[in-house]
Design a binder for this molecule. Structure first.
Ligand code: PLP
Length: 382
């Protein structure tokens, strides 16, 4: 039987395995020199002012909310076409998430909808560069500046993304990245915050390690015992050297992996173009897509089978698929807590009910891609 194609399975090479083994043997497993090295490499790659590694993008978003001064009862505008972590980070900072519907083709937050949602309580905007396609950052930054709002970019899909020559995560006050196992480069669990201002990254570092005064991790080094002082109630969000050991090598291959996914993307585009499904819209000029998700739309009226039947048949054919995402207002907790109704966000609702993510990891072989294409064609009846 054909081996199951695990959705988002990462490409991991010998260098990571060796570096992890060396890190374990060194005895310094926790936050240390490898984390500092990874932060510096990422900062350099993104052309950012400051970077701090944490243990997830969720942590990065939560800390960025707090460091933005988002407070009890403030409103934070974001997209209904995102992972629940974006919304939960807003809630955990004590704020109220407010949704602005997406553009039908790009699936990114609509600046016009953002404008409609601004109130005197609005404190921040959280654009999510969905699937790796950049949001309209010129317009969003204009809106933020007009209304004196903080901007926290959710770049979980968007490490390589660029918009008009500028890197994602460097437009706003903060950029939050994920190195979760399915992401473009991985550390297992892991995240990073980029910040424009030094005082912001300094606060993030303190908050990420219990609220202990700066450089608390150095207290076990060879430069003499250092007392630490707790300066606020922080969290346990620090990245370990074991994680950074993986990330350091993954980051070196970021362009190679991006190129591989671009090729897979183009093969899908060519091979599926004649089918009665909707393929991802083309990238806008002057932008770089990170090719994190290849999302098709399956409409029962056109295809003859429902999206959920399509998911089922792909799985039966030993291909792992994803749904990114059921729109946020479909989840019972948010309905109960905020009174959201899916139909109030019609574009996100429609996408959420029709979308399927095909595998696009750098690990896929040409044969895997040919097989996926043949199964999709067979299901759709061509
Ligand atoms: C858009 C988005 N935001 C945030 C996250 C959270 O990332 P992490 O798993 O690193 O916490 C994810 C993860 O899938 C995501 O897709």
């Amino acid at each position: 039987m054909r081996e199951f194609i695990v959705f988002g399975s990462p490409a991991i090479e010998q260098a990571e395995i060796d570096e992890v083994a060396a890190t374990i043997k060194s005895g310094w497993l926790g936050t240390g020199p490898k984390v500092a090295h990874f932060e510096e490499d990422m900062r350099h790659y993104k052309g950012a002012n400051f970077a701090a590694a944490v243990n997830s993008c969720t942590a990065a978003l939560h800390l960025s909310m707090i460091a933005s001064g988002v407070n009890l009862g403030d409103e934070v505008i974001t997209t209904p076409m995102t992972f629940c972590a974006t919304i939960n980070a807003i809630i955990h900072a004590g704020a109220v998430p407010v949704l602005a519907d997406v553009e039908p083709l790009t699936m990114n937050i609509s600046p016009d909808e953002v404008r409609k949602k601004i109130t005197p309580r609005t404190k921040a905007i959280v654009p999510v560069h969905f699937a790796g396609r950049p949001c309209e950052m010129d317009t969003l930054m204009e809106i933020a500046n007009e209304h004196n709002l903080k901007v926290i970019e959710d770049c979980a899909h968007a490490i390589e993304t660029m918009y008009h020559g500028q890197h994602s995560g460097t437009f706003g006050d903060f950029g939050c990245f994920s190195f979760y196992v399915t992401k473009n480069i991985i550390t297992g669990e892991g995240g990073m915050v980029l910040a424009k201002r030094e005082e912001d990254i300094a606060r993030i570092r303190v908050l990420a390690l219990h609220g202990m005064s700066a450089d608390a991790w150095k207290r076990f080094g060879d430069s003499g015992y250092k007392h630490y002082y707790v300066v606020e109630a922080g969290f346990k969000y620090n990245m370990m050297d074991i994680q950074a050991a993986i990330g350091l090598h993954q980051l070196k291959r970021i362009d190679q992996y991006w190129e591989r996914r671009r090729k897979v993307w183009e093969r899908y585009n060519e091979a599926l173009a004649d089918l009665p499904i909707t393929l991802p819209t083309q990238s806008a000029p002057g932008t770089k897509h990170a090719y994190h998700l290849y999302t098709i739309l399956v409409d029962v009226e056109r295809v003859g089978i429902s999206r959920d039947q399509f998911l089922e048949t792909m799985t039966v054919n030993r291909i792992g698929v994803g749904v990114h995402y059921l729109s946020i207002p479909e989840h019972p907790f948010y309905q109960k807590t905020f009174g959201w109704k899916p139909m109030d966000y019609p574009e996100a609702y429609r996408i959420g009910r029709h979308t399927v993510s095909l595998p696009i990891s750098a690990k896929l072989s040409d044969d895997d891609v040919s097989y996926i294409i043949s199964v999709v064609r067979k299901i759709v009846g061509k």
